[in-house]
Ligand binder design. Structure first.
Ligand SMILES: *Cc1c(COP(=O)(O)O)cnc(C)c1O
Length: 370
């Protein structure tokens, strides 16, 4: 066949893939040469051992040690946990399980995480948008969508905004969609504010799904391991849709180590360090003339708004030319001229500050600023 695209689903031919930080900027395994502050990863890895004794065998569908360790850590029953290939797979599973292709819709609250819409588009589900107002849920507008959507995605703390959604609002949304939709609360960053998790609502609400990941606070983005927490009826359904051997044995091995008491102790230390660095960089951003807004953050990144488009470009490009990579979020709804910095190490953030201190004195910046 000359043109294979004629054979493919037209919407896949037309679709623009998710512009992940790593697709925009490949690491090629040589991460040391640049400063990576664009994907909300942790700045340094832990040390793990891999057991390859049974690598000739297929892994268990849901490795016991792993599920038990996550249950212990999260306080959620083992029956209510599904281990997935990252939280991203949880997003995809919920959409494939609850949305009929070309009939049903998901609901998102932009500005928000890009994969909800990408997964929906991939599957042939429509996307209804109810934008945040002042970084919080628009309950009145959400209410109008009852009966029109099958899955509602809430992100708390939000990416790329950084703040928590009000817990009362989350409860209101779960209740208003109780008979008509699954409400997913994406808690990819909840380790940075664990007391605000919605996990304690799971026993009360059968339409609630919570997404978790080891990619952020646990410093295991390369592992591709996440967890979907929900009522057993939902877990049973998702288990029919997921691949037969979703969690490779070495992944389960490492993930179980990070969830051990000593592993969790390291995570706690990392979260404390990140919180200190976050406070420093927020204070510093507030002092910069080119920064007109710093968003509240309960996560391991901070979003800020530049005075104008040229300044935003200059800041982004200057950092990038010095090998310091941050994320441009300015294409998102309500986020004109906004950039996002992942909270790396003190050394990495100092390099960023120094680079930006030099540009504010540069001729190019003065011309832009005037
Ligand atoms: C990073 C991120 C994810 C994806 O996590 P993985 O486990 O790496 O797939 C999901 N949701 C949000 C909001 C994220 O920021």
């Amino acid at each position: 066949m000359k043109n294979i695209n004629k054979l493919a689903r037209q919407e896949i031919v037309d679709m623009v893939p998710y512009q992940s930080a790593r697709r925009l900027q490949a690491g090629n395994g040589a991460f040391a040469s640049k400063i990576w502050l664009n994907a909300n990863e942790a700045s340094g890895p832990g040390i793990y051992s891999i057991n390859s004794d049974c690598i000739n065998r297929y892994p268990d569908f849901q490795p016991n040690n792993l599920i038990e360790a996550y249950s212990e850590y999260s306080g959620v029953n083992t029956d209510n946990i599904l281990a997935t290939r990252g939280a991203d797979e949880g997003i995809e599973l919920v959409i494939r399980t609850f949305c009929r292709a070309y009939e049903d819709s998901i609901l998102i609250c932009p500005p928000t995480y890009g994969m909800y819409a990408i997964s929906a588009e991939n599957h042939g589900a429509d996307v209804v948008k109810v934008p945040l107002i002042g970084q919080q849920l628009d309950l009145t507008a959400l209410e109008k969508q009852i009966g029109h959507v099958k899955v509602v995605f809430l992100c708390s703390p939000g990416n790329p905004t950084g703040n928590l959604l009000n817990k009362e609002d989350i409860v209101r949304v779960i209740e208003m969609f109780a008979d008509s939709a699954i409400v997913v609360v994406d808690e990819a960053y909840i380790e940075f504010c664990p007391q605000h998790s919605a996990a304690n609502l799971l026993s009360q609400y059968s339409n609630l799904v919570i997404l978790r990941t080891l990619s952020k606070a646990f410093a295991l983005a390369g592992l591709r391991c996440g967890f979907t927490l929900a009522n057993t009826d939902i877990i049973t359904l998702l288990s029919k849709v997921i691949a037969p051997y979703p969690v490779p044995a070495p992944i389960a091995d490492i993930a179980t180590q990070v969830l051990s008491p000593s592993g969790l102790e390291q995570v706690k230390v990392r979260v404390q360090e990140i919180t200190v660095q976050r406070k420093n960089i927020i204070n510093w951003l507030h002092e910069q003339k080119w920064c007109i807004e710093v968003f509240k953050s309960d996560a391991n990144f901070v979003l800020f708004r530049c005075t104008d488009l040229l300044t935003k470009e200059l800041i982004f490009n200057t950092l990038s030319s010095q090998g310091i990579l941050i994320r441009d979020q300015s294409k998102q709804l309500q986020l004109e001229n906004c950039l996002r910095i992942s909270i790396g190490s003190e050394r990495e953030l100092n390099a960023l500050k120094h680079t930006l201190a030099t540009i504010t004195q540069s001729q190019a910046f003065k011309e832009v600023a005037e």
